[in-house]
Design a protein around this ligand. Structure first.
Ligand code: AMP
Length: 307
């Protein structure tokens, strides 16, 4: 099985209580691809500028990620700067420079057209929809977004939500999107916009999945998975995308989609998110082993198992 991800490939300037890192490789597509690469084949559609070197590309290639869909354009790669203050679950954006994303028209290589799974990483919703429309064989589409697009491209985002099966966003974004302070009510409203399932990430407190009645034939009870308490969160950037990579990657690696698979996928999402935050940028995600991942999955199990 293979997952195609479209998302940002970026250079980030990040400040956290643990320190600062400038010009580090990041972006929603990068974090997602690295995390998902431990579970299944991953293909990336994105755009980068002239400042993106072979060394940067090798970070993905070393994990076996197919980078033929990364277009090189004239100009600078997307850049994002943000800081985390006392609340590590919430980034304050310092700047967003779209750069080469401004004129990007996603092109899907012919070799990618048979992708069974699709993840629409956090980029302009119009680009997300364009990619979905080009892939007719997709079995399951996951998607992400953020306040920048909820506020800046709301009607386009509403269109994208009609073609997303599972939306993964954090609590603040869900409330903003639904314009509703109660989380369960916000979830119901977001599900009415299109997705069959909604994963709401609560940062260091885990994630909850809500289902539309009858979605995937598995009923509608929500399910909550914990996050692993990490003593020192060095850099929360990419936790959400890594969560999505673990979640979607695990689903793609399984022969069928049922409630058990979705529950485990939520745990694997938490596992990948917890690794991502242990070091700045993508460093920790570059050199994991499947054994380390499965060992942490066991820790998550024990954290919650009632026996
Ligand atoms: P997260 O998993 O939500 O922490 O995602 C962090 C990544 O999202 C960073 O590496 C940024 O480069 C990227 N990012 C931030 N803002 C945007 C945006 N408006 N569009 C696309 N990517 C973004």
């Amino acid at each position: 099985m293979s997952i195609l991800v479209v998302g940002s490939v970026a250079f980030d300037n990040i400040t956290t209580p643990s320190g600062r890192a400038d010009n580090v490789l990041g972006g929603s597509g990068t974090y997602f691809a690295l995390a998902a690469s431990y579970f299944t084949d991953v293909r990336v559609v994105a755009v980068v500028g002239e400042d993106f070197t072979a060394e940067h590309e090798n970070v993905l290639k070393k994990r076996g990620v197919d980078t033929r869909g990364i277009e090189r354009a004239k100009g600078k790669t997307f850049r994002w700067g943000g800081k985390y203050l006392d609340n590590l679950n919430e980034a304050k954006t310092d700047f967003t420079e779209l750069n080469v994303f401004e004129k990007f028209q996603p092109r899907i290589p012919a070799e990618y057209k048979d992708s069974e799974f699709l993840f629409l990483g956090n980029i302009h919703p119009t680009l997300q929809s364009a990619v979905r429309l080009e892939l007719s064989d997709v079995k399951l589409t996951g998607g992400d977004t953020m306040n920048f697009w909820i506020q800046g491209a709301n009607s386009e985002l509403r269109e994208t939500l009609k073609v997303v099966n599972v939306l993964l966003i954090n609590d603040g974004e869900a409330k903003m999107l639904a314009n509703e302070p109660s989380l369960p009510r916000a979830a119901r409203k977001v599900l009415a916009m299109g997705p069959q399932a909604l994963v709401i990430k609560h940062g260091e407190y885990g994630a909850t999945i809500f289902f539309r009645e009858g979605a995937f034939g598995i009923g509608s009870h929500p399910f909550r998975a914990p996050a692993l308490p990490i003593e020192e969160v060095k850099d929360p950037t990419g936790a959400g995308d890594s969560f999505a990579g673990g979640f979607m990657g695990y689903i793609a690696s399984q022969p069928e989609l049922n409630r058990e698979v979705i529950k485990r996928a939520l745990f694997y999402g938490g596992v990948m998110g917890s690794f991502a935050v242990e070091r700045f940028g993508t460093e920790r995600l570059q050199s994991l082993t499947r054994n380390e991942i499965d060992a942490r999955f066991q820790v998550f199990r024990e954290l919650t198992h009632l026996g």
